[in-house]
Write a protein that binds this ligand. Structure first.
Ligand SMILES: C[S@@+](CC[C@H](N)C(=O)[O-])C[C@H]1O[C@@H](n2cnc3c(N)ncnc32)[C@H](O)[C@@H]1O
Length: 282
């Protein structure tokens, strides 16, 4: 199990951006970009490989539908929650350990007029502050690698899901070659990196009371996407204004982390998967 205080401090040391909201608004203003639709934040609010394309693909794969209650575990600044509410009609609740991510997610959501269908709350996904049988879907994109005690998380998710509810994943797994080159987007060093091999991850999920509906290796698509991102970074003119991209959330180490993720994917150190699981039993 994660030792809660040092763990929260380590997560905060890695993801922490105390002035995130102001910095995002300032960058948008400098770029002359207005904020009126959830689409206006999509270039920097999907904190996972392949961005909004992956979110839409996974939503279609898992059949996210109008009126469903969806819990976005480790929602970051809320990009997936907004997209899923706007395009698939669900009611999303995003939770994240980082207070500044939740504040930024809430402010962006208000600004783009989605507060009626998307809400956010600071919380640890290992102690979900929700009653049992609250959600139709538990959604997690690139968060499990920060969780040591995955069995505890899965028990929490199972508790808050309605009977037959879905656990929908887009996750990174440990490849056959170790270790991971650091820093990467989810960890500056091994202290908050808890990757499992894919077979072990699936075994843990099914042992926790979920039936596997779908499991798909997305590694090659992720590698190609990230190689293109890194190639584009290399063409940037020195001194040009920073792009309105994930660099706003990740900060000055964005390029180094992108290069490392490409190496990790290319060298079989990490693999990426879509997964859809159904809560078994009652
Ligand atoms: C790589 S980001 C992905 C964010 C988001 N899912 C997305 O795809 O845009 C991982 C997120 O998980 C959050 N996180 C890590 N451990 C957590 C925990 N125990 N409880 C809640 N959030 C956590 C981090 O703060 C971070 O926002």
């Amino acid at each position: 199990m994660n030792d809660e205080k040092p763990y929260a401090a380590a997560v905060s040391a890695h993801y922490g951006r105390p002035h995130l909201q102001e910095e995002i608004l300032q960058a948008l203003e400098q770029a002359g970009r207005s904020l009126s639709s959830y689409r206006d934040t999509m270039s920097f609010d999907q904190f996972h490989i392949r961005g909004a394309e992956a979110t839409r693909e996974l939503a279609r794969l898992s059949g996210i539908a109008k009126g469903q209650a969806l819990l976005d575990l480790g929602c970051g600044i809320g990009g997936a929650s907004r997209l899923l509410a706007a395009e698939f009609g669900c009611h999303a609740t995003g939770i994240d350990l980082m207070t500044e991510f939740i504040q930024t997610a809430t402010a962006l959501t208000t600004q783009v007029g989605l507060s009626d269908s998307v809400v956010f709350q600071q919380a640890d996904m290992l102690s979900l502050p929700f009653a049992e049988h609250t959600f139709d879907v538990a959604w997690s994109q690139h968060t499990l690698m920060n969780i040591a005690d995955k069995s505890r998380l899965l028990a929490q998710v199972r508790r808050v899901l309605k009977p037959g509810g879905l656990l929908v994943l887009y996750e990174i797994a440990q490849g056959p070659v170790t270790p991971v080159h650091y820093p990467v987007q989810w960890a500056s060093d091994p202290s908050i990196n808890f990757l499992l091999p894919a077979t072990a991850l699936v075994h843990l999920i099914t042992a926790a009371g979920f039936d596997r509906l779908h499991w798909q290796d997305m590694t090659e698509a992720c590698l190609q996407w990230f190689q293109a991102v890194v190639a584009k970074m290399k063409t940037r003119v020195q001194g040009a204004a920073p792009p309105i991209g994930l660099n706003l959330v990740i900060g000055p180490t964005t390029a180094e982390k992108a290069r490392n993720t490409v190496r990790n994917l290319a060298e079989d150190r990490i693999h990426v998967f879509y997964g859809v699981f159904k809560k078994a039993g009652a």
